[in-house]
Design a protein around this ligand. Structure first.
Ligand code: CTP
Length: 207
């Protein structure tokens, strides 16, 4: 088996509006760290670009810690390789300005003007790109559309409305959706088992 260079993004990003306040989301990084671990266990060279999470680096994985979406975009852009697996829950928007000093609450009404963050998965240049999507209900139509729009080989869609799936859980029920419209629904399984399946998909897609 050919050894691949695989870049994985994981965790949330934080978008600060002053030194003590930020926009973010509840991502814990578990799914992305599991993908990094599974890929490293299969002998691949893994770069893990991680937002702020409380997880240990998997064995044999090169980890780059970032905070904001723009930092994550820069780290991914510098990493290059065969496959990008974008698991991170990137904040889509950031405050237009980051105040150098803590804002006083009396001065905060109306200060939160937002601008779009870069779409890391869409703009990154990798031969094979795999995305994740959190959907409620049937993931297939949206996932297929996004595969085509972002030129992805596959989207791993999870139904976040379901117990034991999504943010913070140790299990996940996902559907593998491809640009050709095929959807493979996997049973609920541990995030590590999902990750091992994704690692094998990286090899098949790059072959
Ligand atoms: N992603 C990214 N950079 C962003 C936003 C998302 O790399 N700025 C990646 C995520 O890591 C994930 C995928 O894109 O792999 C999610 O796609 P997106 O279109 O953002 O999905 P949703 O958040 O479900 O979008 P929407 O609300 O438009 O359905």
């Amino acid at each position: 088996m050919k050894k691949l260079k695989i870049t994985v993004t994981a965790g949330p990003t934080r978008e600060y509006l002053d030194p003590v306040r930020f926009l973010s989301n509840p991502s814990t990084g578990k799914m992305g760290f599991a993908v990094a671990r599974a890929a490293a266990e299969r002998g691949h060279e893994v770069t893990l670009v991680a937002g702020p999470v409380a997880l240990k680096t998997p064995k044999g994985v090169r980890r780059i810690d970032v905070v904001s979406a723009r930092e994550m975009a820069a780290a991914v852009g510098a990493s290059q390789g065969d496959v990008l697996v974008a698991v991170a829950a990137v904040a889509d928007w950031r405050p237009r300005k980051r105040a150098a000093k803590k804002l006083k609450k009396r001065d905060m009404a109306g200060v939160l003007e937002l601008v779009r963050n870069p779409d890391i998965l869409k703009t990154a240049e990798f031969p094979v790109k795999i995305g994740f999507a959190a959907e409620t209900g049937d993931p297939a139509p949206e996932a297929v559309r996004k595969c085509r729009e972002k030129k992805l080989a596959m989207i791993v869609a999870n139904d976040v409305s379901e117990a034991g799936s999504g943010f913070g859980a140790d299990t996940n029920r996902v559907a593998l959706c491809r640009a050709d419209g095929t959807v493979e629904r996997l049973p609920k399984m541990s995030k590590l088992a999902v990750a091992r399946r994704i690692a094998r998909e990286c090899e098949n897609l790059r072959a």
